[in-house]
Structure formats: structure tokens, C-alpha cells
Design a protein around this ligand. Sequence first.
Ligand code: BGC
Length: 494
Amino acid sequence: MPATASPPALRSLRVSRLPVGIPRRSVAVRCKVASFAPTILTKLQKECATPLPVLRHVADAMAADMRAGLAADGGSDLQMILSFVDSLPTGNEKGLFYALDLGGTNFRVLRVQLGGKDERVIASEFEQVSIPEELMFGTSEELFDFIASGLAKFAEKEGGKYHLPHGRKREIGFTFSFPVRQTSIDSGILIKWTKGFAVSGTAGKDVVACLNEGMERQGLDMRVSALVNDTVGTLAGARYWDDDVMVAVILGTGTNACYVECADAIPKLQSHNSSSGRTIINTEWGAFSTGIPLTQFDRDMDAESINPGEQIFEKTISGMYLGEIVRRVLLKMAEASDLFGESNLEKLSTQFVLRTPHVCAMQQDNSEELEAVEAILQDVAGVKSDLNARKIVLEVCDTIAKRGGRLAGAGIVGILQKMDEDTQGQIYGKRTVVAMDGGLYENYPQYRRYLKDAVTELLGSEISKNIIIEHTKDGSGIGAALLAASNSKYEHDF
Ligand code: BGC
């Protein structure tokens, strides 16, 4: 029987486990320590609550911060980066193109043979390689050598349906999913790493030049025709199939959104002239912070992160962090009460040991005894639990997922609201598609539902019928290849 199977017990507190605010003399008396876990839970639920007024405030602040970021560089938390993508895929694109996608724990290489309006995607294939952890903390050369060698191996296997016209270099759409100050469609300076990357020697450099140097060292002769953020790749990939796509959002390890903006709504746009009158703006909304309900757990996690004070929205809503927030809450509960009995808390004290997929898997457990929850707590966090404890754990998971999903929904409405205000109802008054990608959205049904509920609550049922949130799996790879095609250095044969 689990050590905590007994009902809320009376036992002495150990001094080292004294919760804040409990007078030291209480050590001598016996108190109902088990009740601390529900108390912490109630406080957590209160602090993480996102009722409609909070959502509304977040959506309004998102719209206001977008405007401030468009007015001037550094005008708000949102960088509102010009993507230099002024025209989206039309369907006419033809030829062989590659895409390289670096953005999380994996990098992905892809090739696609495009056949124009009639044949569309004739063939496509990809490979995914996980990035060894040490490379995330290594040097720029090591990382780009690794990527270039993966690309070289993949390119060697080309054959079958893939054809490159004589005399042409293979062209790549490079999806680089970190904040980059774009200097042209095929160059951009890394502003900072996010999502746990801390590679030395890349910040402040042109990432395309870094890749080119890596390819040169590998003896690989390919050319980057488009450098894009994953949100921009997703927007392009989704637009290839659906003209109503106006916004793209990534909810995965990290988070971000981009959207189609009118060039004359960008005061900071000076030298760059858009031929179409429109351009895609990469908001870098992960850095947003206004009005987000935060707890001490969030603040502690932020303070101990490799980028304190940065990416607050991302740290509240994205896959890299939800599990870690839950772990911190559970640890606090375990320290303040007998939630996990006499379990050794060493494993649970390890940062990032509980990942968002574990939290999600626990929430899918419909068994009466919550056996999957029990197994994850035991195997991943090293703690024993009784049914009561498992129920509390699930409440914690739900609280954190709910806040994340609802805030993500409010962020999306903030973007739509800004677009709608500028276009006199062109967004809310017709079908508008938000293309979504990322493992968090794809794999976490409760999170997805919370997000959609928040969008409906904010927009009302009539308008929300026009707003379609659509999952476009792997759109960013194909999207980057499509943007390589439309920005090809060779004469277009379409
Ligand atoms: C990066 C964005 C990226 C997002 C999703 C964030 O950490 O700053 O550039 O789009 O993650 O991958």
C-alpha cells in the first residue's frame, strides 16, 4: 500500500519543511499538515484564474503592444519583426526545393518537388534528427557543422521523383525559430537564443552566414533563398492550401505568432517597400508580459532560468515550461504536507524532470484508481501517491494547462482584434483562418479546449463562427520550401 494511503494524518513537521508563514513553535505541536496541499492548491487556482476580464485585458494589451512594437523598434515587449515576406505562395510554384528547420530539440530536413497549380506537391520527404543536448550549450560552429552534415547526408539520398534543372544549385528555405532581426529575405541577425538554447558565438551574427560556413566546411554547395521563422513558414504552408489564412501560431516547446499586416500600418517600416502592400510580421509574442497572472512558482522558475525576465508569455503558456511549473507546485506541496507520504523528494527536486508530455499523459488518465498518474509520479518524479494525492496532482496539472490555454486564446484574439480594427471588420466579418502548429496544441486536448473556449468567450458565439483555428501539421517545413521557391535566385519558371 502506498505510504500515503492513510487519510489526512496528524504528524509533526520537520523544521526544514516549514512552509512560509508557519511559526517555528508549531513544530512542537502536532498539526494537520495534510491540509496544506489543498490550501496551496486553492491559492494556486485563485492566482492562475483567467476569468473573462483578465482575458479581455490580456487581449487588449496584446493589441496595444503590437501597435507600440510596430511604431518603433524597442517600443514594446513585442519586437514585431519584419519578415521580408511580402507575397505568400500562390500554388504556381514549381521545382525542387529543400527546407531546413531548426527550432527545438530536433532539426528537420525536407525536400519537396512542386508541380504548380495542377500537381501541387508531387513528392516530399523529410528526416528528423534530435539535437544532442551538449550542442545546445556548445559553440556556434559545432551546432552549424552538425546541421550542415545532417543536410549533406539527406541531400546525398536524393533521387526518384526529385529533379534539379541543369546548372542550378539546390535552394533551401531555412526555418530558424528564434528571434532574428531580419535584414533581407535571406539574411538575419540572431537577437537571442530562447527555449533553453545557450550556444556561444551566434548572437549578433547572421545565421545564414553561420549556416553557409557550416555547409562550406562540409563541402556542401547549396544556397539559402529564404530565412524564415517557423510561424512564417507555417503561415506560408497553410496559405498554399487556403487563401483565408491570416495568422499563424506555434504552440510547442516555445510559442510565437505571425500575421499578415498592411505595409502602411507599420510606422517603423522605412526603407523596405512592400510590392504587395502587405507583409508578414513576426510578433515574437513569447516576450509579451502585460497583465499575465503569475504566481511565485512562475517567478522562481523565471529567476532560475537561463533568460530571467525574458519570454514571460512563453514561460506561462508553452510546452517547455508547463511541466516545470507543475513540478514546482508539487514539490512545494510535498514539502509542506504529507502529500506523497515519506517519499524521497530528490527526483522531484530536479528541475525539468517532469515534462509537459507527462502532465498531459496524466490528464488523459480516466481510470478509477488513476493508475497512469500513479505510475508517472513514481517513475518520473520518484514519489508514491494515494488516490487523494493523485487527484490533487491532476488539479494542479489542470490549473496550469487551463491558464496556459486560455492565455494563448486571449493572445490570438489580441492579434485578430488589432487586425480587425485596422481593416474595418475585414477579419471578424468573414472566414478567417488561424493556422496552428506545435506539439502542445496537437497533443494536449484539454489545453486545446481551453484555448478555444477562451476565444469563443472573448469573441462571442457569432463572430467566433468566422474564426477557424486549424491545425496545420508540418506546415512550416513545406512553407519554408515554398518561400524558397518564390524567392528563388533563378528565373521563375512559373
Ligand atoms: C522563439 C520564436 C519561435 C517560437 C516557436 C520562441 O522561443 O523566440 O522565434 O517562433 O519559439 O518555435
